[in-house]
Write a protein that binds this ligand. Structure first.
Ligand code: SF4
Ligand code: F3S
Length: 392
């Protein structure tokens, strides 16, 4: 089986598919700021009404929002598989003879409760007591929960693609979106079993499977996916995750800024601030999350880091837990540059290819080099002379 270097794990591992992800100029990517999500599910319904409202698609939620730590759709989708993996083992290394990846087939009843555990908190509520906060800076809540929006990650090592014996799943050359060709599909459901994020789903009416499409018709027209444009919490930013600091002007248009995309900055710059979900599966997911800052780091470590004993120089702390604390602090107290990028979230339905943050203004340009955002993000504060008027 070919070996591939996985930068999210910092090592090589087997992956049964030759590919050239790093050379693509353009690759679908998304950042989600978990701290802004209010579980309104506008994203889920926007996706469902666009893509999965037909016969046999009733239980298909390509976009869903879960309450952590108790929610999950299908039930326990993450823990069932994680429990089966050995220490430092990807789903490709753990694959059984004749299979491309280790997987899990969720049963009917596990798909029946898309809102299981909604708003349930972790921790004891002090009965008969008033709730008082004695949190010091750098402490975390005793009782906590958070919302985790989940969607297809358009992985760089897609397990669904590797697993299909019909080669019915492919990555688009132009943007890395992972699509399923329903004409080729024969309903073998290896994709359903192998995706560790449980996003390909079988349609019993048509006898073939379906998977999320990354809103490709909107991307082709230079717009962001519907889950991004409809999000009332402005939790998301979508764009070209492969556009690094050395990239030129979009479309050669020198009116626009050259260089990296804002999603690339948040996920790939030295100021690591957005993290992939369960990188230990090994699929290189391309949705990156800004972690919640009120949640104990030990929980987030197993969810957003490779969670191995190995020391990693590309993480900010000497351990993953310490690194998570540093990332949480960066999210809670963003740098001036990140504060500027945060204003781009939900600012336009156009896809922002490049940007600048200069002084107190942030600007963004689309793939053609047209300016689509230009706004201030910090207001000057004026302190007036004289005595403060107080209410007697
Ligand atoms: Fe395939 Fe699942 Fe990755 Fe989406 S999240 S590309 S369905 S392996
Ligand atoms: Fe392949 Fe999945 Fe269809 S494994 S044949 S795409 S059901």
């Amino acid at each position: 089986m070919p070996e591939t270097y996985n930068p999210q794990l910092g090592r090589e591992h087997s992956y049964p598919y030759e590919h050239r992800e790093e050379e693509r100029d353009w690759h679908w990517g998304m950042i989600i700021n978990i701290n802004r999500c209010i579980n309104c599910n506008t994203c889920s319904f926007a996706c469902k009404s666009t893509w999965t409202s037909g016969e046999g698609e009733e239980y298909m939620w390509w976009m869903n929002v879960e309450t952590e730590p108790y929610g999950g759709y299908p039930m326990g989708w993450d823990m069932r598989l994680l429990d089966d993996l050995g220490k430092d083992e990807t789903i490709f290394e753990a694959a059984e003879e004749g299979e491309a990846a280790k997987g899990y087939v969720a049963q009917k009843e596990e798909w029946e409760y898309p809102a299981l555990g909604d708003d349930q908190v972790h921790g004891e509520y002090p009965t008969g007591d008033v709730v008082e906060s004695d949190l010091e800076e750098d402490e975390y809540h005793d009782m906590w929960q958070f919302y985790l929006p989940r969607l297809c990650n358009h992985c760089k090592n897609p397990a669904c693609l590797a697993a299909c014996p019909r080669k019915a799943i492919y990555k688009r050359e132009e943007d890395g979106i992972v699509l399923l060709d329903q004409e080729r599909c024969r309903g073998y459901r290896k994709c359903v079993k192998s995706c560790p994020y449980h996003k390909p789903m079988y349609n019993p009416e048509t006898g073939v499977s379906e998977k999320p499409v990354g809103c490709f018709p909107r991307i082709e027209e230079g717009n962001v996916p519907r889950c991004v444009s409809s999000c009332i919490g402005k939790t998301r930013l979508h764009g070209n995750i492969n556009r690094g600091p050395d990239a030129g002007h979009p479309n050669g248009n020198t009116d626009a800024a050259a260089g990296r995309s804002p999603v690339n900055y948040l996920a790939k710059s030295d100021e690591k601030i957005a993290l992939p979900l369960y990188p230990q599966f090994g699929t290189r997911p391309q949705v990156f999350y800004m972690p919640p800052y009120h949640v104990p780091p030990e929980f987030l470590t197993q969810m957003f880091t490779p969670n191995t004993d190995e020391k990693r120089n590309d993480w900010p702390g000497s351990t993953f837990e310490e690194s998570i604390k540093i990332v949480q602090d960066r999210v809670r107290n963003p740098s001036h540059h990140v504060l500027g990028i945060l204003q781009l979230f939900g600012a336009t339905t156009r896809l922002i290819e490049t940007y600048t943050v200069k002084e107190h203004r942030v600007k963004g340009w689309d793939r053609k080099g047209n300016k689509v955002v230009d706004m201030p993000f910090e207001e000057e504060m004026e302190v007036r002379e004289g005595e403060m008027w107080t209410n007697q």
